[in-house]
Design a protein around this ligand. Structure first.
Ligand SMILES: CC(C)(COP(=O)(O)OP(=O)(O)OC[C@H]1O[C@@H](n2cnc3c(N)ncnc32)[C@H](O)[C@@H]1OP(=O)(O)O)[C@@H](O)C(=O)NCCC(=O)NCCS
Length: 180
């Protein structure tokens, strides 16, 4: 309990300090300092769906996100200045965590948001799961680079896992052992 309170205090104080400095000394605080990751709500869905549609040929529909809420999955957005820049979702069961989606607004990519969200999901899973898994399209070189340089390893291929514009595409399965 104490550990949890300390964590919450750290986040709240950190945000409050950053916001204070941003107002008094605007040049001393960067956009990166002011971005925050928080739980996704229904009110975020229009922004989330708009990013989802930008990023994928076969985007998730709203009901998939609401099913994730209902299932109690960990669903987060990264926001800055009241704007959703990206989102990520994680399911957890019997010692295994699974990254279901991680996605950043195309205009906001390449600023460390994807890495920040991935690290957040890894921290969320630590202590509750031994391994964190995900699937990625072999054609998604940017995402594969992010996962590999975060320590994920390839553990297999799921044949014809994804729908593709010209048929089906395999999925590369990646895993990261969480040393709690
Ligand atoms: C994959 C994605 C989430 C990465 O988010 P991002 O905010 O752009 O990534 P970051 O800025 O945090 O980059 C982190 C690392 O990812 C890698 N990376 C990201 N985009 C890359 C690209 N286009 N080419 C090569 N490497 C890339 C780099 O290794 C980078 O490391 P660096 O910080 O040392 O440069 C984002 O590109 C995205 O939303 N893509 C569309 C949705 C998607 O494909 N999601 C993954 C489904 S499995």
């Amino acid at each position: 309990m104490r550990g949890l309170m300390d964590k919450i205090k750290k986040i709240v104080v950190y945000d409050a300090d950053n916001e204070f400095y941003a107002k008094i000394f605007p040049d001393s605080v960067t956009k990166k300092d002011l971005m925050r990751i928080r739980t996704m709500t229904h009110a975020d869905l229009p922004s989330v769906l708009s990013i989802e549609q930008q990023n994928y040929d076969f985007p998730w529909e709203e009901d998939i996100f609401t099913d994730c809420f209902k299932a109690g999955y960990d669903c987060y957005v990264c926001e800055y200045d009241n704007k959703v820049l990206g989102y990520c979702l994680l399911s957890m069961a019997v010692g295994e965590a699974h990254i279901l989606n991680i996605s950043v607004d195309q205009n906001e990519q390449g600023q460390g948001i994807g890495r920040r969200m991935l690290e957040h999901l890894i921290d969320t899973a630590k202590g509750k799961a031994e391994t964190i898994f995900l699937e990625v399209r072999p054609s998604n070189v940017g995402a594969i680079a992010l996962y590999q340089n975060t320590g994920f390893n390839e553990i297999g291929i799921r044949k014809a896992y994804y729908p593709a514009l010209n048929g089906r595409e395999d999925a590369i399965m990646l895993a990261l052992e969480l040393f709690n």
